[in-house]
Write a protein that binds this ligand. Structure first.
Ligand code: HEM
Ligand code: NAG
Ligand code: NAG
Ligand code: NAG
Ligand code: NAG
Length: 329
């Protein structure tokens, strides 16, 4: 008889597992249906306004959500001001942008429904709208995240992928967060919009890996263009399109570029040219996405929903920040 009951340790394990399922299912698409019915309209309108004055803002807002979710989960930790937080971490300093737009969205949302909607959810909706308004797919955003109380600079420095990482390092940084190789490749397709500073790719242009030559996987006419944009004496602040084919359009040209040696970042091009074992699977995905735009857009959507589910604070954890830049007093 005894044996038909799970042992005490197994029971505890089962309860913890059941609780983790509940925590996951706490995000829902209708979370603010009664408390802030116009939320989605308000965010859409503000993102539209921002993009009208600067198309690049779509890319910047999408990246903010990514950089938020990869550090302590999607908890708006990237929005907190302070020199010892995520804003000053290497991947973000002089790089992450769009904070003023988030402030504007937050104040419109606060006017309609005060103290109800988290900054983390605003980031998730703004990212979806940015993709849609750039020509990509739409999807229903899961909501109900709460805002974190700490900004984790070390977490940002260690957890966010770098353009100088190897492919296995990038894959492992995603894997730690429950994202697999399909997610790595589909989400990398976000580099179909936006810009990157010379500082993030100029290592490829003149003396790559001490070879005295540009990166051999970089198309040579593109290398010449970029050498002119990013002379050795420059400050590294000039910018180039991540997808030089259609910099503002959310399409699959990013993957077509890779097949032509026209990825901008070293980490982009590694998806097909790394000598690591994983390259077989990443290259197959790049080929599929480059020839099948719908497959890319569908996989991208699924991966964005997965990324948006990384360790959300729910229930009474965290708080609903009044001002996205500071924790409530
Ligand atoms: C796979 C590993 C990734 C690496 C190594 C990486 C690296 C970078 C770098 C170095 C930049 C340029 C930053 C600068 O100029 O200061 C950039 C820009 C950008 N990244 Fe990524 N990224 C990765 C994945 C992603 C993901 C998963 C997303 C979103 C889902 C994303 C969205 C963007 C966007 C939209 C921009 C342009 C931002 C703008 O123009 O303001 N990236 N990325
Ligand atoms: C910061 O992130 C790291 C993961 O890189 C984690 O181990 C650590 O607990 C986080 N610190 C805080 C204060 O959240
Ligand atoms: C990654 O996970 C998704 C489900 O989230 C699954 O459909 C896909 O096949 C997985 N890809 C790999 C390479 O395991
Ligand atoms: C850089 O050069 C070293 C030594 O020649 C080599 O082992 C390594 O694979 C090279 N790395 C890249 C990214 O080409
Ligand atoms: C690059 O631009 C940032 C501001 O975006 C500035 O703080 C930095 O000093 C600039 N770098 C150089 C070398 O001028």
């Amino acid at each position: 008889m005894e044996r038909s009951f799970p042992g005490r340790c197994c029971l505890v394990a089962m309860i913890i597992f059941a609780m983790s399922l509940v925590a996951k299912s706490q995000l829902s698409t209708d979370f603010y249906q009664t408390t802030c019915p116009d939320l989605l309209k308000i965010v859409r309108k503000e993102v539209q306004n921002a993009i009208k004055s600067e198309m690049r803002m779509a890319a910047s807002l999408l990246r903010l959500h990514f950089h938020d979710c990869f550090v302590n989960g999607c908890d708006a930790s990237i929005l907190l001001d302070g020199t010892d937080g995520e804003k000053s971490a290497f991947p973000n300093v002089n790089s992450a942008r769009g904070f003023e737009v988030i402030d504007t969205i937050k104040s419109s949302v606060e006017s309609a429904c005060s103290g109800v909607v988290s900054c983390a959810d605003i980031l998730a909706i703004a990212a979806r709208d940015s993709v849609l308004l750039s020509g990509g797919n739409s999807w229903q955003v899961l909501l109900g995240r709460r805002d974190g109380l700490v900004s984790n600079q070390t977490g940002a420095n260690n957890g966010l992928p770098s353009p100088f990482d190897t492919l296995p390092t990038i894959i492992s940084k995603f894997a730690i967060l429950g994202l697999n190789v399909t997610d790595v490749v589909s989400l990398s397709g976000a580099h179909t919009i936006g810009l990157a500073r010379c500082a993030t790719f100029s290592n490829r242009l003149f003396n790559f890996n001490e070879t005295g030559s540009p990166d051999s996987t970089l198309d040579s006419s593109m290398a010449t263009d970029l050498q002119n944009l990013c002379p050795v004496t420059s400050d590294g602040n000039n910018t180039a399109a991540l997808d030089r084919n259609s910099r503002d359009l959310f399409d699959n040209h990013y993957f077509q570029n890779l097949l032509n040696g026209k990825g901008l970042l070293g980490s982009d091009q590694l998806l097909i040219s790394s000598d690591a074992a994983d390259t077989t699977s990443t290259k197959t995905l790049v080929q599929s996405y480059s020839s099948n735009s719908n497959l890319f857009l569908t996989d991208f959507t699924n991966s964005m929903i997965k990324m948006g589910n990384i360790s959300p604070l729910t229930g009474s954890a965290g708080e609903i920040r009044k001002n996205c830049r500071v924790v409530n007093s």
